[in-house]
Design a protein. Structure first.
Length: 162
């Protein structure tokens, strides 16, 4: 685990926020937290986390507004975003996902569930952010990765290098 993996927790309930922070720090993550949505946005811009965990129902600004702002702010718009919430109704879930949330964990949740969601989103983001050098070797590496995706096998198999 990379010590520099940074996670931002935005949660208005002190004991939940502190428990999540302790759990993540025990796993080697560098964690900052915010107790409301407005503070969370400022922390996200300053901290530039690798992942954001955010409650939906909070004072000053709810989680949906936080996500909306994050997705419009270039320096953090691609950060994986996981909602933590007691709201488990399907319309709330769909709204969050349509707005660009990467996952949705309902309260109460256990440590294992939270850690699996965090690790899964971080791994997925790492793959998406993989960089390839801008030369023939990098192009070949890119196509080797693309071959792993069924829909793109034909494209990579018929490539011609100029």
């Amino acid at each position: 685990m990379d010590v520099l993996t940074k996670i931002l927790v935005i949660e208005d309930e002190d004991n939940i926020r502190e428990n999540i922070q302790e759990l993540l720090e025990a796993k080697g993550y560098y964690v900052r937290s915010a107790s409301n949505g407005k503070q969370g946005i400022l922390e996200a811009i300053d901290f530039r986390p690798s992942l954001i965990l955010c409650d939906i129902m909070m004072p000053k600004m709810d989680g949906f507004k936080v996500l909306e702002y994050i997705r419009k702010t270039s320096i953090v718009q691609n950060v994986p975003f996981i909602f933590l919430t007691a709201k488990s109704e399907r319309p709330d879930f769909r709204k969050g996902m349509e707005m660009g949330a990467d996952d949705y964990i309902t309260k109460p949740f256990d440590d294992v569930e939270l850690l699996k969601a965090v690790e899964s989103r971080l791994k997925k983001n790492e793959i998406l952010r993989a960089e390839f050098s801008k030369n023939v070797e990098g192009l070949n590496k890119f196509f080797d990765e693309v071959k792993k995706v069924d829909d793109l096998k034909k494209l990579s198999a018929d490539r011609r290098i100029k």
